[in-house]
Design a protein around this ligand. Sequence first.
Ligand SMILES: Nc1ncnc2c1ncn2[C@@H]1O[C@H](COP(=O)(O)OP(=O)(O)OP(=O)(O)O)[C@@H](O)[C@H]1O
Length: 292
Amino acid sequence: MEHALEVENLQKSFSNSSFSLKDISFAVPYGSIVGFIGENGAGKTSTMGTILGTLRKDSGYIRAIGEEMSDEKHELKEHIGVVYDSMNFPGNLDMTKLGKVMKHVYKNWNSETYSHYIDVFSLPKKQAIKSFSKGMSMKVSLAVALSHDAKILILDEATAGLDPVAREDILDMFSEFVKDQKRSILLSSHITSDIEKIADQLVFIKKGEIVLRVSTEELLNNYTIVQCEAHDVEAIVEKSISVRKRDNHMVDVLLPYNKELPLQYRKKDFTIDDITLLLMKGDVKREGTLIK
Ligand SMILES: Nc1ncnc2c1ncn2[C@@H]1O[C@H](COP(=O)(O)OP(=O)(O)OP(=O)(O)O)[C@@H](O)[C@H]1O
């Protein structure tokens, strides 16, 4: 499968913080939406910043639409639409003026598409964007990101300020965006129900490390969370992905299969939220190393 975005062995440390991104590798195939999941401070925004070049990486490779990203390759950034959880445009502009500015920023700027999204999002054209609500501001960023023929959208908490009705419409828009198999989306969100709805691949990050990469279908259909007594965990721990001790001597275990197990292992129904909790709060095994 061809990938719109590839991140390989990405490392990034900060001089003023003990946090680092450790050997981050994942890919975003054409036609897919990849959900990027992790708790506060796990490294999602830093990873996205490093991909976009707003943060300088220490080492590793980042390829977008088949070409290695570098500071010199400005044209590659044309192909990436970005939405953060806050709007980064000059607040004194209104939507019409913003469109005129963006026309000079992006070679492939499409004024008609931009007008279309202004209408779809019911944004006022002649009001300074600094007076917009959080949800409206997010729609401004989305309208811009969707109007320069981007092949990849990088969305960091892009649905956070939206009400459920707007969220549903925008999630549908994202699914539509990748439908022609020529574009793709990397999306981080704490609203895992959104991710569950639209992402076909999931990448979980914990303390700067990728702890699980899996397709949503595989995770929901073939993985299992079992609960057992602490003394029963040894028999399954070898094959487990994450083990979380609960208060009452019980243990939750994430297993990468869904076969019948002896009675002492009780299968639990789960959502992506439950998986996230188990990965973030449990001891995770990743290729033989334990990430506590
Ligand atoms: N410019 C910076 N200088 C120093 N430390 C930084 C810098 N940017 C990020 N960090 C640190 O990197 C870590 C990861 O932050 P990041 O914003 O990537 O997390 P996140 O997963 O996006 O979290 P959230 O869900 O809260 O947005 C944090 O500990 C943060 O303090």
